[in-house]
Design a protein around this ligand. Structure first.
Ligand code: IMP
Ligand code: MG
Length: 179
């Protein structure tokens, strides 16, 4: 049975340290705008929560909302995206920062960014904790990236394996290759 590997790939401390810098970049670029943060459920819940608490220490008080975007089936992205929850806030003419846990094939972020542009957002920027550039299928990059990682299936800090391990305060791996 596949189990959680003992050692973290990225520790809780390293995430904390990296987020401080990431938020300084975001504040430098976006502080002058009234910002709406749109987290992509479910994977971004922990990252979004930590980001906004750090933005607060940089005197930024964004509006916060979530969308729920998922691909149709399985752990391997099928390519077809489904919107299970629309934003509750009106993003028309707003500067939006979309937040997700990971940029993998890029389909989720691509879908979310286009959706928000279609809803009339003035500008859409994106922020991900993790980037796996070698897995990219859609040509997209993120404006703010926490860590670039190799093609390894990771869990924790919002990311799951079959629904589990979202609760970990660090980024971990499984003890055997999955997918
Ligand atoms: P994309 O649409 O392929 O970029 O995938 C993004 C979504 O796939 C993320 O929001 C995650 O939910 C999920 N995902 C991609 N890679 C991983 C991983 O290594 N562990 C857990 N979930 C992942
Ligand atoms: Mg996700």
């Amino acid at each position: 049975m596949v189990q959680l590997a003992k050692d973290p790939l990225i520790s809780e401390f390293d995430i904390k340290v990296r987020l401080q810098d990431l938020v300084l970049d975001i504040a430098r670029d976006l502080k002058q705008h009234e910002l709406t943060i749109i987290g992509i459920l479910r994977g971004s819940f922990m990252f979004t929560a930590d980001l906004v608490r750090l933005l607060y220490t940089n005197d930024m008080h964004p509006l916060i909302d979530f969308v729920y975007v998922t691909s149709y089936a399985g752990s391997e992205s099928t390519g077809e995206m489904k919107l299970l929850k629309e934003p509750s806030l009106d993003v028309r003419d707003k500067w939006v920062l979309v937040v997700d846990d990971i940029l993998d094939t890029g389909r989720t972020m691509h879908y979310a960014v286009n959706y928000l542009k279609d809803r009339g957002a003035a500008q859409v920027r994106s922020c991900v904790l993790l980037d796996k550039p070698t897995r990219r299928i859609v040509d997209i990059h993120s404006d703010y990236v926490g860590f670039t990682i190799d093609d390894i299936f990771v869990v924790g800090y919002g990311l799951d394996y079959n629904g589990r391990f979202r609760d970990l305060p660090y980024i971990g791996m499984m003890d055997e290759p999955v997918e």
